[in-house]
Design a protein around this ligand. Structure first.
Ligand code: RBF
Length: 155
């Protein structure tokens, strides 16, 4: 599928099965973010990550993913952090502020901690676009975010 990340060439090593991953989940639009979480978790498990090596942390909204992600990344035993959220455009400019802030925030956490902090945030114009990307006709971006984390650790 165009525009999607596939696990095609990933040959999961023993190294990955012993790595610890944090998944930070925003509670706003939880119908969507729970589906993203399931996708990410199942993808990690499918690539050999142990259940006990997947740590979940909830935060209230996508804006809080930056700090939640930093807290997780600062833990020495965590190798990568997957941040999952869903921002849906409303009638006010909040959408732009939140999307910009979380994209910049997560970028900063990557640089500051030198660990892969994955941007798994849907930024959509409506709920249908979000559903299409959270296990719907366009796949599951949570799954892709987990694959990205694995690829970064394997690279
Ligand atoms: N958080 C999301 O994760 N997705 C949203 O679509 C979303 N929309 C918001 C719209 C408004 C008007 C406000 C005030 C907040 C919204 N938030 C959303 C919450 C935001 O990420 C954060 O949790 C709060 O602003 C508190 O810092």
């Amino acid at each position: 599928m165009a525009g999607t990340l596939t696990s095609g060439k990933i040959k999961t090593s023993k190294k990955i099965s012993n790595r610890k991953f944090a998944i930070v989940v925003a509670e706003w639009n939880d119908e969507i973010t729970e589906a993203l979480y399931e996708g990410a978790r199942n993808s990690l498990l499918a690539h050999g990550v142990k259940k006990s090596n997947i740590i979940r942390k909830n935060v209230p909204g996508s804006f809080e993913l930056t700090l939640g992600g930093l807290w997780m990344a600062e833990k020495r035993d965590i190798s990568a952090v997957i941040c999952l959220g869903c921002v849906i455009q409303g009638d006010t400019p909040h959408f732009d502020y939140i999307c910009q802030a979380v994209a910049n925030g997560i970028t900063e956490v990557n640089i500051k901690t030198r660990k892969p902090i994955i941007f798994g945030v849907l930024t959509t114009l409506n709920k249908q676009q979000a559903m299409d990307r959270a296990g719907g006709k366009l796949g599951n971006k949570g799954e892709e975010a987990a694959l990205t984390a694995i690829k970064m650790l394997e690279s």
